[in-house]
Write a protein that binds this ligand. Structure first.
Ligand code: PLP
Length: 379
């Protein structure tokens, strides 16, 4: 099945008993057992729930993997995945990761003796690898500067070294990019973003192909308990059904806006992987079928940033991304505040940087909102 059909028919099909075209919300914590040692497929909803199962099968289908797992948030998914490592293991991460992921690795997993090092290029990975490195963890494109990592190239290297490649695929969604197909071992999503798509739930997903790895994550999911609830699983499935339509419109709007913002005299620099001027554009084209809708830009010092934000009429100033509504964020004070200033500036995350998650509104309206907000904010 092609992806547009998988979005609708992937995972669990029509209920044989009632003919319902949607999976019911199995709002139950436990299940009757038939006798001692005689139980059905389910025993307790932390271990398994039919609604969550349907979602887990759907995301596995969409990422071309065998085993899917649903968690209470993107960070719960990342926590579960990183729990496969043990004290003494080191993880290489790419620079400008999502701030919350960085905080988790830097402040929580470090308490358990799992260390990390940051790389900023493929050559740098080769310099920083040693026998304690057990995985390379990347986001591509990165948040918020949209650096592109060549997944095929890095996966050749991780296979050679017999270590894992973990890819956070939140920005592209499975509609545009499938890391497992490109050689990654584990793919992670903050499903709060494009997959859910409506800014109405927090959820995380992980998918793997390898059976052994699948068993490990299943064991951790059940042992640590950060599972997604049945109602949220249902909502997420509902969101995923329209992922294709949304991604196409998100991207059409983003391409239009990125070009216009690049021409705007009050904008110093625009970062968007769909622009030919973007450093990672060619690699992006080779490994994805789209460019997504995250645009970052740096404002010229003639603009009063605070005023610019206040002037926006309907583009919402707030955290998160990937919803149908356009969202503007200020990484330094919001998503990336957990990253020490020095590291942040080294990565290019400066005070004048803004990140726009382009929604599916009318593109001319979006442009007008930004242009007017800029013009009204000149010093
Ligand atoms: C939001 C986000 C996360 C964290 O996900 P939550 O659902 O907020 O826990 C992880 N990675 C990326 C790239 C994100 O944008």
């Amino acid at each position: 099945m092609k992806k547009d059909s998988l979005l609708i028919h992937g995972g669990v099909g029509i209920d044989d008993v009632t003919g319902a075209v949607n999976i019911p919300i199995y709002q139950t914590s436990t299940y009757r057992q038939f006798g001692i040692g005689e139980r059905g497929e389910y025993e307790y909803s932390r271990s398994g729930n039919p609604t969550r199962d349907a979602l887990e099968k759907l995301i596995a289908n969409l990422e071309y993997g065998k085993h899917g797992f649903a968690f209470a948030s993107g960070l719960a998914a990342i926590t579960a995945v990183l729990s496969i490592f043990k004290s003494g293991d080191k993880i290489l991460i790419n620079n400008n990761l999502y701030g919350g992921t960085f905080r988790l690795i830097d402040k929580v997993f470090s308490n358990f003796g799992i260390t990390y090092d940051i790389f900023d290029s493929y050559e740098d990975i080769k310099k920083k690898i040693d026998s304690s490195v057990k995985a390379i963890y990347v986001e591509t494109p990165t948040n918020p500067l949209l650096d592109v990592v060549d997944i095929r190239k890095v996966s050749k290297f991780t296979k050679e070294k017999d270590i894992y490649l973990i890819v956070d695929n939140t920005f592209m969604s499975p509609y545009f990019q499938n890391p497992l197909k490109l050689g990654a071992d584990i793919v992670i999503h903050s499903a709060t973003k494009y997959l859910g798509g409506h800014s109405d739930l927090i959820a995380g997903l992980a998918v793997v192909n390898d059976d052994g790895l699948g068993e490990k994550i299943k064991f951790i999911q059940n042992s640590t308990g950060g599972i997604l609830q049945p109602f949220d699983s249902f909502l997420l499935i509902r969101g995923i059904r329209t992922l294709g339509l949304r991604m196409i419109k998100h991207e059409e709007n983003a391409k239009f806006l990125a070009k216009k913002l690049e021409e705007n005299k009050y904008i110093e620099k625009v970062y968007y992987v769909g622009l030919e001027s973007h450093e990672g554009h060619e690699i992006q084209k080779a490994q994805t079928s789209g460019f997504g809708s995250i645009i970052s830009f740096k404002l010229d010092n003639r603009v009063n940033y605070r005023k610019f934000i206040k002037n926006l009429r309907f583009i919402i100033f707030g955290e998160s991304l990937g919803g149908i509504e356009s969202l503007m964020c200020h990484p330094v004070t919001m998503t990336h505040a957990a990253i020490p200033k020095e590291l942040r500036e080294k990565a290019g995350i400066t005070e004048n940087l803004f990140r726009l998650s382009v929604g599916i509104e009318d593109k001319e309206d979006l442009l007008e909102d930004i242009e007017k907000a800029l013009e009204g904010a000149l010093r």
